[in-house]
Design a protein around this ligand. Structure first.
Ligand code: CA
Length: 335
């Protein structure tokens, strides 16, 4: 029975028109024995074209996607659609309302719990619903992320290249249509590996991308514009909303993540002084930064050096750092 979701909605995915309702996540607590948590859900459907799933708020402290999808939900009309758009702007709703990466209900990180399990707590139950109920309805998946509280990111889209040439081709078409400044092919190493939403979609053979559009738990206007334009370009390119007024010339730069071997992690705790900016080209051996020791003013800081040449894709945002924190990720042009 583990494949039966506990979540439900009064909305009919097969109905034409625009519907706004909630996905109901049962959560039994002291003050609400039979209650449920309302996860916003908007479906806009018309005709017979493809289905696009759009999610944001998978991490609650990442805002560009949340605002872009709320705006799209209000603006996109069923008359413009040939197919179906499933919009969930606050997928881990408890985390969104808390302004946190993880859920305050169970400390669950929704982008580390795919393909999910209804018995592993509310966050894994959301993942399970997305994987078992939503993915089978979908032809395309976009999960909008940013760096959140602990990272700052160059605006980019990421995708798993897939296991077949056919899948890779579809993924490339999706990245090209979205048209972020950078498109990064990754196996997820250094991030969530195969436990993320977009990796789970790719595993089902669905072309899927995720984004990083800024960070520091604040809104990047540039990142928001990239999210809004990218989603509209995909809707237009795949014929789901062919009449949308959006510039569809693409100029994305295809990159490859160098994974955790090229990343820099804090070797011990202290104050992180970075020596490289987002988007900067670095060479193996360059000074990446220093860790200073607030409890030992006479101790020399530890100097950190890049092990690989490439471009900085993300950087730690808070200065106070613990051993093991990721300080930099590095990417390179795809060959
Ligand atoms: Ca994220």
């Amino acid at each position: 029975m583990s494949d039966v979701s506990m979540l439900w909605t009064g909305l009919d995915y097969e109905r034409s028109g625009k519907q706004s309702d909630y996905l109901r996540l049962p959560h039994s607590s002291d003050l609400s024995a039979y209650g449920w948590i309302p996860i916003p859900l908007v479906v806009i459907a018309n005709g017979t074209g493809p289905t696009l799933l759009l999610t944001a708020g998978t991490h609650g402290d990442e805002y560009e996607g949340q605002i872009a999808l709320n705006r799209l939900a209000r603006e996109l009309q069923p008359e413009e659609v040939n197919g179906r758009v499933i919009i969930m702007p606050a997928l881990n709703f408890p985390a969104v309302m808390a302004g946190r990466r993880v859920s305050p209900l169970d400390e669950g990180n929704l982008n580390r719990l795919f393909p999910g399990d209804p018995k592993m707590g509310p966050t894994a139950a959301i993942a399970h619903y997305v994987d078992r109920v939503l993915f089978p309805k979908c032809d395309l998946v976009i999960d909008l992320h940013s760096g959140g509280r602990s990272l700052d990111y160059l605006p980019l889209a990421l995708a798993h290249p897939g296991s077949s040439d056919d899948h890779r081709e579809k993924v490339m078409a999706l990245l090209d249509a979205f048209g972020a400044p950078f498109s990064v092919l990754t196996d997820g190493s250094g991030g969530g590996g195969h436990t993320t939403l977009y990796a789970a979609a790719a595993k089902r053979g669905i072309p899927a991308l995720t984004t990083e559009l800024g960070g520091g738990a604040t809104l990047s206007p540039r990142g928001l514009a990239i999210a809004e334009t990218g989603v509209r370009r995909v809707l237009k390119h795949f014929g789901i909303a062919p009449g949308l007024d959006v510039d569809d010339t693409s100029s994305t730069r295809l990159m490859r993540s160098l994974g955790r071997e090229a990343a820099i992690y804090a070797p011990e705790g202290g104050l992180f002084e970075p020596n490289a900016d987002l988007g900067e080209m670095v060479t193996a051996g360059d000074l990446a930064g220093r860790i200073h020791f607030p409890d030992s003013p006479m101790r020399d800081p530890v100097e950190l050096h890049f092990s690989t040449s490439g471009m900085i894709s993300c950087r730690r945002f808070p200065t106070l750092t613990q051993r093991g924190d990721c300080l930099f990720n590095v990417m390179t042009d795809a060959e």
